[in-house]
Design a binder for this molecule. Structure first.
Ligand code: PMV
Length: 353
């Protein structure tokens, strides 16, 4: 009998969208109502490391398991199950085509996953988490899958995870097919295309977000009129402008579109009934600080964006580090809420891969 323990390890980075994914047209397959675009953060600063293993020695009664940051984590959710199913099906067809391959597809899987950033950073880690989860198992199974095909599987775990299969600047095309076959991510530009890009993470609160992205999206799609306008005209225009700004390394446009798109996304949340507020007073102070920094510089040197929570990510160029990072300490040092929680807990300067 085969008593070998098969094992594969991989890492996946965090990504922060500059044109946001917000809204599902199919909740089962995680198909979005709009395309989105993100910047992948440096793995030396923020990443998930995952090891997948399987063996006939693992008791079948234990089933599949996941140890996340040292604690057992539930794998029975529909999204996690969809990822297991997709990956096993691909391995099973390899095994069917080549009977000499070890039969791994029927063995229980053990996953061990660690983030290198503190939970206190208050960052949603599902993107890096599902991307690493999918790639670790794909590597273990030796699947001949491209990053684009893996993005299709990771998308079913968490929408934004499909963008963490690539470095640099990444677009998730919403696609048109009902089965989601064309709803995948692709790389718009390598990180080296714009090596001066930097991201600063400002932690307003490390608490877990109040309204999950899944229910927030569901409520927005169901009750916001503004949302219809966002997906019909605002996002398509932002996607086009953003891709052009990246191609031309135009930070003025990159920054303005980033801030406008974040504002548009949070406006649709405020337009739901009842309204959803992800930003708080501390978040709004960060917006004012960015405005003050840009006004003092006489141009856009910093661009804020907020996900489904109060923490800010600020993009800027390396040459403006002094103006941006220095000013944040200066401006926000006196603002309540930033005194203790601000900038601390996590290295403020995050270079991009
Ligand atoms: O991948 P999810 O389901 O956690 O949704 C992420 C949604 C945002 O972070 C708010 C936007 C985005 O594009 O990442």
């Amino acid at each position: 009998a085969d008593t070998k323990v098969y094992r594969a390890s991989t890492t996946a980075p965090v990504n922060i969208a500059v044109v946001k994914y917000w809204g599902k047209r199919d909740t089962k397959l995680n198909l979005p109502t709009n395309s989105s675009l993100s910047v992948t953060l440096s793995q030396s600063d923020l990443r998930t490391l995952t090891t997948a293993s399987c063996s006939a020695l693992f008791p079948a009664s234990e089933g599949d398991s996941l140890l996340l940051n040292g604690a057992p984590s539930d794998v029975s959710g529909a999204r996690t199950q969809a990822c297991f199913r997709e990956l096993r099906a691909r391995r099973a067809s390899l095994e069917a085509a080549d009977p000499s391959l070890p039969k791994l597809s029927t063995l229980p899987l053990r996953l061990v996953s660690e983030n290198n950033f503190p939970t206190a950073a208050g960052l949603a880690s599902s993107a890096a988490g599902f991307a690493a989860f999918v790639r670790a198992i794909a590597d273990l199974y030796e699947l001949p899958a491209s990053p684009s095909e893996l993005s299709l599987i990771a998308r079913q775990g968490s929408g934004s995870a499909c963008r963490s299969l690539f470095g640099g600047y990444v677009a998730w095309r919403m696609g048109a097919q009902e089965n989601g076959g064309d709803s995948t991510a692709d790389q718009v530009a390598e990180a080296s295309h714009w090596p001066e890009m930097r991201a600063l993470i400002l932690v307003a609160s490390a608490a877990k977000k109040g309204v999950s992205s899944t229910s927030g999206m569901q409520q927005t799609v169901a009750t916001s009129g503004l949302f219809k306008e966002r997906i019909a005209t605002v996002v398509p225009a932002n996607m086009a402008a953003m891709e052009k700004a990246i191609a031309e390394r135009d930070f003025e446009v990159f920054g303005e579109v980033t801030m406008r798109d974040s504002n548009s996304f949070h406006a649709t949340c405020a337009d739901t009934y009842p309204p959803i507020f992800y930003m708080n007073d501390v978040s709004r102070a960060a917006i004012r600080a960015v405005e003050a920094i840009n006004a003092a510089a006489g141009r856009t040197v910093a661009a804020y964006t907020f996900d489904a929570g109060p923490n800010a990510v600020v993009y800027y160029l390396e040459k403006d580090t002094e103006a941006v990072v220095g000013s944040f300490y200066h401006v926000l040092g006196g603002v309540d809420g930033w005194k203790t929680a601000a900038i601390g807990g996590l290295k403020p300067l995050l270079a991009l891969d």
